[in-house]
Design a protein around this ligand. Structure first.
Ligand code: HEC
Ligand code: HEC
Length: 275
């Protein structure tokens, strides 16, 4: 390369790429309002952001993968946990996690009811930001590291795992997808209760639940019990750890809008295989 060519090479590359970089930056900025739903920044969302900062939530948590890595990423937390659950959790986190069992625990931030509503509104807004699927795989809430709670199923839904019918395999794939994000609250490993009870053995247990004199729902068969559990979680509350408050289950109660009848049936087919 002659000296002259080298100079041109330097100038074209440096200024060319600088121009591309600047253009892309400007382009990103013009799209922020749309990607972040700026029109949905209600006063509660704005106040919730202040609550978030005033309490240093970011010292332990991440949003969009930014922050500290001590505690789970909360970018999509409102997709994974219903509002009722989040409210109860923020009132007293230690009721949900024990230090011995989970090896870490969130201190009670001692928020007022108003602050709780605001910070949840903020997290709800965050969850709707179009982050172009970044981070590509969610940084999982604590349950993610337990056995039986893997994100991606190892099975090809069209082929089916060993011993699973194709509908049960499709059901398992759906169970591990987000939404409906069943796996973030339910493991399938015995004894591993997350925000919801483990579903290990539910295929057998369902029959016992409906025979139980304390059962308050309307199901006549195990399959009906599973459908009811998804569509009307509060019809019967599984006893034990805190799974609900004032007769309301912490499981999201809007699956009837989110899932088709066929999808519910796939989930039921899968759960019936968990003997
Ligand atoms: C000292 C560190 C720390 C701070 C500060 C903190 N958290 Fe947490 N948070 C945690 C830990 C740890 C967990 C997970 C509990 C576990 O896995 O045992 C958690 C879990 C959560 C969860 C998820 C609960 C679940 O079951 O999925 C939410 C929501 C949450 N925190 C919100 C907040 C908010 C809002 C703030 C600020 C007001 C905050 N956190 C401040 C440590 C913290
Ligand atoms: C926010 C957490 C959460 C999510 C997400 C969630 N659940 Fe639940 N689930 C719970 C809680 C809490 C209970 C126990 C209280 C009750 O009975 O409703 C429960 C109970 C159940 C039960 C009854 C279990 C038993 O032992 O009788 C079934 C079945 C179930 N869920 C299936 C599902 C399916 C399928 C999905 C996804 C479509 C799902 N859940 C999503 C929290 C959740």
């Amino acid at each position: 390369m002659t000296k002259r060519q080298a100079r041109w090479f330097f100038l074209v590359c440096t200024f060319g790429f600088a121009a591309i970089f600047i253009a892309l930056t400007i382009h990103s900025h013009t799209r922020f309002p749309e990607l972040t739903n700026a029109d949905q920044l209600s006063p509660d969302v704005v106040a919730g952001k202040d609550v978030w900062h005033a309490n240093n939530c970011i010292n332990c948590h991440t949003l969009f993968g930014e922050g500290a890595y001590y505690a789970p990423d909360l970018t999509k937390i409102t997709d994974h946990r219903g509002t009722e659950y989040l409210k109860a959790f923020l009132r007293d986190p230690s009721a949900f996690y024990s230090e011995e069992k989970h090896r870490r625990v969130m201190p009670n931030p001692e928020l007022t009811e108003e602050e709780i509503t605001q910070v949840i509104a903020f997290l709800e807004w965050v969850s709707k930001v179009d982050n172009q699927n970044w981070p590509p795989r969610p940084i999982l809430v604590s349950g993610g590291t337990f056995p039986g709670t893997a994100v991606a199923p190892d099975v090809d839904p069209t082929e089916g795992a060993e011993g699973l019918s194709s509908t049960a395999a499709e059901g398992e794939a759906l169970f591990r997808q987000s939404p409906p994000a069943c796996f973030t609250c339910h493991s399938t490993a015995p004894g591993v209760n997350l925000a919801g009870p483990t579903l290990a053995g539910i295929g057998t247990r369902a029959a016992q639940v409906i025979e139980d004199p304390n059962y308050t729902g309307n199901a006549q068969t195990p399959e009906e019990y599973l459908v009811e559990s998804i569509l009307e979680p509060s019809a019967y509350l599984v006893p034990g750890e805190i799974y609900g408050a004032n007769g309301m289950s912490f499981m999201p109660n809007n699956y009837s809008d989110q899932l088709t009848e066929e999808q519910v049936q796939l989930l039921v087919d899968y759960m019936m295989t968990l003997k």
